[in-house]
Design a protein around this ligand. Structure first.
Ligand SMILES: Nc1ncnc2c1ncn2[C@@H]1O[C@H](COP(=O)(O)OP(=O)(O)OP(=O)(O)O)[C@@H](O)[C@H]1O
Ligand SMILES: [Mg+2]
Length: 237
């Protein structure tokens, strides 16, 4: 059953055509990777799915009232703007639900604790976000995206700034969220090593080109060469 349905999507920034005739169906529980070169329109697409960018043509449907959590590209820099503890940052993920009057009760704090446990940052709870390393901050923001108990996670280059070991842990973590917590994942990345048998679908965007296929089909197709050049060689993990 599809959870996100995108039909004939077109988007312009001014006169510049950014996304052209994009059609994608994403099914409940899928683990989806979105790839494509810089400036291809990946972030634009996830912003439209997240509902933070309007003014597009076409139809973007989020089915059955599914809850979306969106982790924007470069969200860690938000930590430079306001002083707050990790716990407060995680709790702020509940703000849109709570409306203008912000009061966090015991239940909210338990949710924050659970999200921090899942993201492995419980020990950073009382630390000021400004004093954390880039990778630690990123994990706090991942906990923030989990606190609202979403059905769909939109992660825009979440592993940027995370070291190789933590990145491998992070990919395992994404797999767990997908398989155990049944969260539909849309993961924008430049790291093609993430395309493995755990990935259900690869959406490849290059401005006006979009291809949608299984991981295996993608790795054996000519799309890789078309989008990233002929020199790259990739293998299924
Ligand atoms: N606010 C904006 N105003 C005008 N043009 C924009 C704006 N944001 C993005 N663009 C342009 O839209 C195009 C697509 O940008 P987008 O951020 O979606 O690319 P991307 O695929 O996410 O790239 P990257 O891999 O570098 O993150 C780019 O040419 C970019 O310069
Ligand atoms: Mg981007």
């Amino acid at each position: 059953m599809s959870i996100i349905s995108i039909t004939d999507l077109d988007f312009y920034y001014g006169k510049k055509h950014i996304l052209s005739n994009i059609n994608i169906e994403i099914f409940r529980g899928e683990n989806v990777v979105v790839i494509g070169p810089n400036g291809a329109g990946k972030s634009t697409l996830v912003k439209i799915i997240a509902g933070v960018l309007e003014g597009y043509e076409g139809v973007v449907e989020i089915k059955d009232g599914a809850r979306i959590s969106y982790l924007p590209q470069r969200s860690v820099s938000i930590g430079d703007i306001f002083p707050a503890t990790s716990e407060e940052v995680v709790l702020s993920g509940l703000v849109s639900k709570k409306g203008v009057f912000i009061f966090f009760d015991k239940k909210d704090r338990q949710k924050a604790k659970k999200a921090m446990q899942i993201a492995g940052v419980e020990h950073l709870e009382k630390r000021n976000i400004q004093d954390l390393s880039g990778g630690e901050r990123q994990k706090v923001f991942i906990a923030r995206s989990l606190v609202s108990e979403p059905d769909i996670l939109l992660f825009d280059e979440p592993s940027t700034g995370i070291d190789a070991k933590s990145r491998a842990d992070f990919y395992a973590f994404l797999k767990r969220l997908n398989k155990e917590h049944k969260i539909t994942i849309i993961h924008v990345t430049h790291d093609l090593s993430v395309v493995s048998e755990d990935v259900d679908k690869v959406v490849c965007i290059n401005k006006e080109i979009c291809s949608c296929s299984s991981a295996e089909h993608f790795l054996h197709s000519d799309k890789l060469k078309e989008v990233y050049g002929k020199k790259n060689k990739f293998h299924i993990h």
